[in-house]
Design a protein around this ligand. Structure first.
Ligand code: FAD
Ligand code: PHB
Length: 391
């Protein structure tokens, strides 16, 4: 088999890249190790920046998103038993975020690719990438028990943090920058109408908590837990008890409980591999970088990467230029590092660290107090949260 761009991974990065390339008349094939059902049901992120929403709508995959997505103009920061609203819409001149689950974006993109005749190999085994430092890049894999080889002009490594593309780059080429945090998030999906119309980020002496949602009926909530926590230690009643404590406010607000449909633990990590390209292999999304979820940036960064990558491939095929391809890594990394900084800042401001001293706790409260009282500081949070300009 042969194509122009061989894409490893059918997450948001790989699927959106394939869709954007198709709109430019460029062929691609996606190789995915999981089943279609698995990727369409995997619960992950939920917040789309304004720019991500605009791109999905403008490229014709935003119909359901416009219908079912929940547009939010603000978020709440809660500490010392009081809530403080950040009016992002007003502070950014009319930008908002949209709550629409990542797996719904994935469903919409899979549907768009298959309807347009795009090729996705699901449940591919033994995937490997080769030849990207020479003239004939190829992806080897087996499908339906048969070994296959896809040759291409370029490979896009969109296979997430645990994929094969990044580790296939020879050692010594990449420089890795990372930080692990001494906590994780225990996340639940609950059959409980969200108790607030907007997201609530809570700082509490027992640790961070986040109230989010997937619809007007389904809540998505998180509590900070130790990094190596076993989910078995968290029966449903204990989760609700902890959430009640961390979200408690003075006044008549109430956290609505309901049956827990799903629960899981997500580690918190910052990671960047530089550069995001080697020969004819280009990395995008989680394959190149991970952010702690506090800033809600992971999926949005993946979208920003592939937007630049699709532009660079389009320039190459239409005009033969390699300038945009050569600049790909540098252009992405400027934005990636700004998102890393924001995610790290939100994380350190809102979580309890094991080694926290009373000084640190006072400092965190002072920071939240300053932030929620200063228009300049709130504007900074708001413009980062709704998404910085693409370039
Ligand atoms: P992925 O979505 O990881 O997609 C990579 C794809 O490649 C997957 O479909 C995978 O099956 C496939 N793949 C992997 N290896 C191979 C291989 N060898 N061959 C072929 N295919 C392969 N972000 C937030 O903002 N908020 C959240 O709440 C949040 N929760 C998360 C929870 C979890 C458990 C994880 C892992 C991430 C979470 N994120 C969250 C981050 C966000 O979901 C990611 O940033 C986003 O998925 C990045 O998209 P991607 O396409 O780059 O990678
Ligand atoms: C989510 O809805 O899953 C979510 C929202 C905001 C975050 C992280 C996750 O910062």
């Amino acid at each position: 088999m042969r194509t122009q761009i061989g894409i490893v991974g059918a997450g948001p990065a790989g699927l959106l890249l394939s869709h954007l390339l198709h709109l430019q008349g460029i062929e691609s094939v996606i190789i995915e190790s999981r089943s279609r059902k698995y990727i369409e049901e995997r619960i992950r992120a939920g917040v789309l920046e304004q720019g991500t929403v605009d791109m999905l709508v403008e490229t014709g995959v935003g119909e359901r998103l416009k219908r079912e997505g929940l547009v939010h103009h603000g978020i709440e920061l809660r500490f010392n038993r009081r809530g403080h609203r950040i009016d992002m819409y007003e502070l950014t001149g009319g930008k908002a975020i949209t709550i629409y689950a990542q797996h719904e974006v994935v469903k919409d993109l899979v549907n768009a690719r298959l309807t347009a005749g795009g090729q996705i190999f699901f449940e591919a085994a033994d995937v490997s990438v080769d030849g990207f430092n020479g003239t004939t890049p190829s992806i080897r894999f087996s499908a339906d028990g048969k070994p296959r080889e896809l040759t291409c002009d370029f490979i896009a490594g969109c296979d997430g943090f645990h994929g094969v593309c990044r580790p296939s780059i020879p050692s010594g080429v990449l420089t890795v920058f990372d930080r692990t945090y001494p906590f994780a998030w225990l996340g639940i999906l609950a059959q409980a109408p969200p108790s607030s119309q907007e997201l609530v980020y809570a700082y509490h002496e027992r640790g961070f908590a986040l109230l989010s949602m997937r619809s007007t009926e389904i809540g998505r909530l998180y509590v900070q837990v130790p990094p190596d926590e076993d989910i078995k230690n968290w029966p449903d009643e204990k989760i609700w008890r902890e959430l009640q404590l961390r979200f408690a406010v003075d006044g008549d607000w109430k956290l609505t409980e309901g049956p827990i449909l799903q629960k899981g633990i997500t580690p918190m990590r910052s990671f960047v591999a530089e550069p995001m390209q080697y020969g004819k292999l280009y990395l995008a999304g989680d394959a190149a970088h991970i952010v702690p979820a506090t800033g809600a940036k992971g999926l949005n960064l993946a979208a920003a990467d592939v937007r630049l990558l699709a532009q660079a491939f389009a320039d190459f095929y239409s005009a033969g230029g390699t300038r945009l391809l050569d600049q790909y890594s540098e252009r992405c990394l400027r934005r990636v590092w700004k998102a890393q900084r924001f995610s790290w800042w939100m994380t350190t401001m809102l979580h309890r660290f094991e080694a926290d001293s009373p000084f640190d706790q006072r400092r965190q409260i002072a920071e939240l107090d300053y932030l929620t009282g200063s228009r300049a500081a709130m504007t900074s949070l708001a413009e980062n949260y709704v998404g910085l300009p693409w370039d």
